[in-house]
Design a protein around this ligand. Structure first.
Ligand code: GLU
Length: 549
């Protein structure tokens, strides 16, 4: 082979052969139709909501088909790597229910197709790179940064149909082997480039699982496969890894769509069967009537950590992502309230090819629906965990009264047929429950329009709360008081002859509610008073009455 000497000069002798690698990573033994998918993040320490979405779709695709979902750390770009990035990434993913079947895991690695970290696969890339060189499908290029920028200028000047390393501008393409060997031996830096088989004006067609049939110009550029330090580019590593790891479906963000012609060429040059591709649209944001991509720089909600800090249950975020994945999800969820996500009849083909709109109002609504059926004790425990991380003051207040928040949150929730959908995130619990805590209570006295200060003073002055009253006796006492003070015992009575009354019993309980809680709208007042305790209820009524005189 003409390139044997060059390959021997550029690559170590000890590399495995492609055949050995094929044998080391055999085809997976999976049932027909099972899909192998992966999430392949760079360890930047930042998890974008769009990446979580992509990871979720990958996991779902594997689960729905009884396949395998693995995680691969793409750390070939050391500039982007952040210390501890992998650990924090895996932690965030796990918090959102993304738990790969194999690959990089906390502190260990599982699976037979590893290593699952690209920096530990150097020999594997080198092996395939050497093979491409031997077969004349790749060559070393010694062009410096300056030469490359001159080349771009020339192309600009000449109006080249395609910018980049190709045709007559690909200066190292036909470098004689002995010259390349000499320059490498002299310590000149080189990258390895693909000898592209692409032809101008020729197009390729492929089917994207989300977008359908796509036609694009063939790749004509001699793309870099190995950088000067011998580390592969994303493109080359993608082909080698997804082939050897036996990925059947590469589901990734749409930014990679433009690279498919190069990727298909790489699979073919390496003699690999290409996977199926699905390019997921970016999450969009509505702003001033326009749609734009959610941006890491401009939008705090682009970071998954923002949802955690706000106190959205991670399950609510996933439920919301399911709504973005399929417009049919909500109807399905109503019919199958307890079913797992993987029971949803999901297919990539039904995903929308245009960018899904991230709608915060909808997220809030979905999240309220997730929180509503939680028993008080569960919600209190979750809110407590959240407070310990994000609201120390609240955490201390809660710690001083163990079990109290659970009692508060049980009101109108435990045993309720239709629990109130009034909390959308743990961060709202402080405000929701504030009047139960003297240190958070603001003694305001909002009165219904129909009630004057003098009327309110009379109501509060005469009202006698007893914690011994059951619900009926408690309400009976309020009704009696209403009648004594000239209010109708029932709203209906008042409606019939409004002139005969000052108002109705609802106005009287509104005044009591306002005195006890500082609000006109709360869950069941009888339950609230029982949780507050007689002493506190009486004190608040006395305090409000005193403010009215
Ligand atoms: N490391 C690439 C990224 O973070 C992965 C893209 C892919 O899924 O292939 O964008």
């Amino acid at each position: 082979m003409p390139n044997t000497a060059l390959a021997a000069a550029l690559f170590p002798n000890s590399l495995p052969t492609p055949e050995e690698l094929e044998a080391r990573y055999p085809a997976r033994n999976l049932p027909e139709g099972a899909r192998v998918t992966r999430f392949a993040p760079s360890p930047t320490g930042f998890l974008h909501i769009g990446s979580l979405y992509t990871a979720f779709v990958n996991q779902l695709t594997a689960r729905v088909t009884g396949g395998v979902f693995f995680l691969r750390v793409e750390d070939t770009d050391k500039k982007r790597e952040v210390e501890g990035g992998v650990g924090s990434l895996l932690k965030s993913l796990a918090a959102f229910g993304i738990v790969p079947d194999e690959g990089q895991a906390m502190g260990a690695e599982t699976g037979a197709y590893g290593p699952y970290t690209q920096s530990r696969r150097r020999d594997i890339y080198q092996a395939f790179a050497k093979d491409l060189l031997l077969r004349g499908l790749a060559y070393p290029c010694f062009c410096t940064e300056d030469e490359l920028s001159d080349l771009r200028e020339e192309q600009e000047h000449e109006g080249a149909v395609q910018k980049g390393y190709w045709g007559k501008w690909a200066r190292c393409r036909d470098l004689p082997a002995d010259e390349a060997i000499r320059r490498a031996a002299n310590g000149e830096a080189w990258v390895l480039r693909l000898r592209s088989s692409g032809v101008a004006d020729k197009r390729i067609a492929f089917t994207d699982e989300v977008r359908g049939k796509i036609e694009m110009p063939e790749n004509m550029l001699d793309a870099v496969l190995l950088k000067t330090d011998g580390v592969p580019t994303y493109h080359f590593a993608h082909a080698v890894d997804d082939h050897l790891m036996r990925t059947t479906h590469v589901i990734r963000s749409e930014e990679w769509l433009a690279s498919v012609p190069l990727h298909l060429q790489l699979f073919s040059a390496c003699g690999f069967k290409a996977p199926k591709y699905a390019h997921i649209s970016a999450l969009m944001k509505q702003e001033d009537g326009n749609k734009r991509k959610l941006s890491k720089r401009k939008d705090p909600e682009a970071a998954v950590s923002w949802f955690t800090r706000q106190g959205y249950p991670s399950y609510a975020v996933l439920e919301y992502l399911m709504c973005l994945i399929s417009s049919q999800f909500e109807d399905w969820r109503r019919a199958n309230p307890a079913a797992l996500h993987e029971a949803f009849p999901f297919t990539l083909k039904k995903m929308s090819a245009s960018g899904a709109l991230f709608d915060p109002v909808k997220l809030i609504d979905v999240s309220k629906g997730v929180i509503a059926p939680m028993p008080g004790a569960e919600l209190a425990a979750r809110a407590g965990d959240w407070a310990r991380e994000f609201d120390r003051q609240l955490a201390d207040i809660l710690a001083a009264r163990p079990g109290y928040l659970a009692q508060i949150l049980a009101i109108d929730r435990d045993g309720a047929k239709k629990p109130r959908k009034d909390i959308s995130r743990y961060g709202e619990v402080r405000e929701y429950a504030s009047y139960f805590f003297d240190e958070l209570f603001t003694p305001e006295l909002p009165l219904p329009d129909s009630v004057t200060n003098a009327d309110a003073a009379a109501i509060l002055g005469e009202y006698d709360y007893s914690a011994e009253d059951g619900k009926d006796a408690w309400f009976g006492r309020i009704r009696d008081l209403a009648v004594r003070l000239g209010y109708a015992a029932a709203p209906r009575e008042y409606k019939e002859t409004p002139a005969a009354f000052k108002g109705h019993v609802g106005d009287v309980s509104a005044v009591i509610r306002a005195a006890v809680t500082g609000r006109l709208n709360t869950p069941d007042l009888w339950s609230i008073c029982r949780v507050l305790g007689e002493e506190r209820v009486r004190a608040r009524i006395a305090l409000a009455a005193a403010r009215l005189v």
